[in-house]
Design a protein around this ligand. Structure first.
Ligand code: ATP
Ligand code: MG
Length: 276
């Protein structure tokens, strides 16, 4: 999905979302629900070797449907970041396969993999990972500038308003709050209109209000512009912004939940704790 529709409306403010029914009222867009944006099949990832080997992924198969917002949850060390990095082509699997759309990442040489990451995937990291010497505007368009100026300027202009950074465009990251920095990172991730945005604990360093804003942006990107978002989180409230939650434990996929609410997610996490 390299050319989805532009957002029909770009409000000046991020609309407040109701808490009570969040997650329960959404259904996947029927036109895109059948397509898989990203997936791993029988994914195994072993770090190191011999006595110190760690089996971070132990045979995970999971598909992330296009046009959906999926959250990945699980205890620390369960393999969430590893799954995300391997699915996004930032790291390679020990065995099994990772696909973006129909493209098996292991079939690509380094150059093609770099191009695929640049053109079809966006990233948001817990630590923002902005370039400190560049302004907000330069950070947002960096991936496009690296690609030789390609890009939809109207889309980027709209993104700047959506993330509420119009009056900060010429500031540098150090002059912004954490929440503002993460909104820059979200805008950068979506600037190239990628098929999939992977976000690893994007609200992990934010207070709850800034976190809500970032989550609202991710949710809107999915609902209004049919992007696909895959997000790792420890926070049941954050996970409830997603259409679906997948749960990892010890490198395995152990559960899935549709239409999550914070309460349902919390109950499920508690049930895992009791079992283990
Ligand atoms: N580069 C690496 N070298 C060796 N071991 C690693 C490496 N990266 C991750 N691991 C190990 O793989 C396992 C899974 O790590 P991963 O970072 O995927 O967990 P996670 O679920 O993201 O945890 P957290 O919630 O703490 O971020 C852990 O045991 C971790 O120590
Ligand atoms: Mg992690």
């Amino acid at each position: 999905m390299s050319s989805g529709p532009t957002p029909t409306t770009v409000p000046d403010e991020i609309p407040a979302e109701g808490n009570a029914s969040r997650g329960s009222h959404r259904t996947a867009p029927t036109a895109t629900a059948a397509r898989t944006a990203a997936q791993v099949v029988d994914a195994v990832k072993v770090y190191g070797s011999g006595d110190t080997a760690v089996r971070a992924l132990d045979g995970v198969s999971v598909a992330f449907p296009a046009g959906r917002f999926t959250a990945i949850m699980g205890p620390s060390g369960s393999g969430k970041s590893t799954l995300m990095h391997c699915a996004a082509g930032l790291d390679t699997l020990t065995s099994g396969s990772a696909l973006i759309g129909d493209t098996d990442l292991s079939s690509l040489d380094d150059r093609r993999l770099t191009l695929l990451r640049r053109d079809r995937i966006g990233f948001v990291f817990q630590a923002f990972n902005l370039v400190p010497t560049l302004t907000v505007a330069e950070n947002i368009t960096l991936p496009l500038d690296l690609a030789g100026g390609r890009g939809d300027r109207e889309w980027i202009d709209a993104l700047v308003d959506v993330v509420g950074l119009r009056d900060r465009l010429h500031h540098r990251p150090a002059e912004l709050s954490g929440g503002q920095q993460q909104r820059v990172a979200v805008a950068r991730a979506f600037a190239g209109r990628p098929d999939v945005v992977f976000a690893d604990e994007p609200t992990g360093n934010l207070d709850s209000r800034s976190g809500e804003e970032v989550l609202g942006l991710l949710g809107r990107a999915v609902r209004e512009t049919e992007r696909t978002v895959v997000m790792v989180t420890h926070d049941p409230v954050a996970a409830a912004h997603a259409d679906e939650v997948v749960f990892l434990a010890d490198g395995r996929l152990v559960d899935r939940m549709d239409a999550p609410t914070p309460e349902k997610v919390l109950d499920r996490l508690k049930a895992f704790e009791v079992k283990s």
